[in-house]
Design a binder for this molecule. Structure first.
Ligand code: PAF
Length: 279
C-alpha cells in the first residue's frame, strides 16, 4: 500500500530522504474520489519521475457555502487501493487543521486569467485553488506536478502562479480522459443518474460541433448561440457558459489570438459539469 503521510513534518522527511538519494519526485494534487483521469496523471508522473506522491484533500476554501463541500465524495481506502495498483508510492492526506493551522491568514490570488468564465460563476473558487495549490507545491517540493486539462482555466491559473511566484516545480498539463462515449471523467459524475449521463454527452458533442464550425469559418457569435440552444434543447437546467475563447487569455478571441479553446459549464440537476477542447 502507498505510505500515507498526514503532516508536513512526515512529508518533508519522506521527500528529503528520496531527494538525497537522487530520486525525482512527481506530484499529483487531488481531492480524492479518484477515477481513471487521476490515475492517468499518476501514471504519467511515474513515467517521468522515480516516485509519485498523490495528495488527497477536499479543500474547503474552494467551495462557496452553498456548494457541495459536505457532499463531495470521500473514499480514502478505495483511493489508496487504486493508487497502489498504479504503482504510486505515497499519499499526502492532511486534515483541514494541518493544511490550515490556527492563525492561517494568507490567500493567493491570481489576476486576469482567473476573472472570466469560472471566475465569474464561482468568484471564490480560484483564490481557494491558488492558495491550496501554492501551499501543496511548497510543502511537497516535487520536481514536476501534474494537472488535468479538464479544468483548463485552473491549469492556466496554476501555471501563472508557479511562474509569478517562482515555485521550483514544473507544471504539466495532461489531456482530459474520457469515457468511450466522450463524457469527460469527473468525480462529480457520481451525482448523475443514467439518464443525466446520456444528457451530459450533449456537452462534448456540442463542443466538437463548435470546433468544426470554427474551422469552417463560421462567425463565433452564431456558433455560440446555436451551441447554447443545443444544450437548452437537451434539457440542461442552467447553462453558465458555452463559448470560444483565446486559449491563452480566456477572453473573447481578437485578431491577436493564436489558438482557441472551446469551453462549457452547465447544470444537470445538482451537478455542475464542465468540459473543454482545443479549437
Ligand atoms: O482539480 C482539483 O481536484 C483541485 O482543484 C485541486 C487542484 C486538487 C486543488 O484542490
Amino acid at each position: 500500500m502507498p505510505q500515507i503521510l498526514r503532516n508536513p513534518h512526515d512529508l518533508k522527511s519522506y521527500i528529503s530522504e528520496r531527494i538525497a538519494t537522487g530520486k525525482t519526485i512527481g506530484f499529483v494534487p487531488t481531492m480524492g474520489a479518484l477515477h481513471e483521469g487521476h490515475l492517468t496523471l499518476a501514471r504519467r508522473a511515474l513515467s517521468e519521475c522515480d516516485e509519485c506522491i498523490v495528495s488527497i484533500f477536499v479543500n474547503p476554501k474552494q467551495f462557496a457555502p452553498h456548494e457541495d463541500f459536505e457532499k463531495y465524495p470521500r473514499a480514502l481506502d478505495k483511493d489508496s487501493n487504486l493508487l497502489e495498483k498504479s504503482g504510486v508510492q505515497s499519499i499526502f492526506a492532511p486534515s483541514i487543521d494541518v493544511m490550515y493551522p490556527p492563525g492561517f491568514q494568507s490567500t493567493v490570488t491570481v489576476g486576469s486569467i482567473s476573472k472570466p468564465l469560472e471566475g465569474e460563476f464561482r468568484p471564490h473558487f480560484f483564490a481557494g485553488v491558488a492558495t491550496v495549490v501554492t501551499r501543496l507545491l511548497l510543502l511537497v517540493g516535487a520536481h514536476k506536478a501534474y494537472f488535468g486539462e479538464k479544468d483548463y482555466q485552473q491549469l492556466q491559473v496554476i501555471k501563472t502562479l508557479q511562474r509569478d511566484l517562482a515555485i521550483p516545480t514544473e507544471i504539466i498539463g495532461v489531456p482530459t480522459v474520457r469515457e468511450e462515449s466522450g463524457l469527460a471523467l469527473s468525480s462529480r459524475n457520481a451525482y448523475l443518474s443514467d439518464i443525466q449521463k446520456q444528457q451530459a454527452l450533449t456537452i462534448i458533442t456540442t463542443l466538437r460541433k463548435m470546433e468544426n464550425e470554427l474551422k469552417s469559418g463560421a462567425e463565433i457569435h452564431q456558433i455560440e448561440e446555436a451551441a447554447r440552444k443545443n444544450l437548452e434543447s437537451a434539457g440542461f437546467d442552467k447553462i453558465d457558459y458555452i463559448t470560444i475563447r483565446d486559449a491563452e487569455t480566456l477572453l473573447p478571441p481578437t485578431i491577436e489570438t493564436k489558438k482557441h479553446r472551446i469551453l462549457a459549464a452547465a447544470w444537470l440537476g445538482q451537478a455542475r459539469l464542465i468540459d473543454n477542447i482545443p479549437g
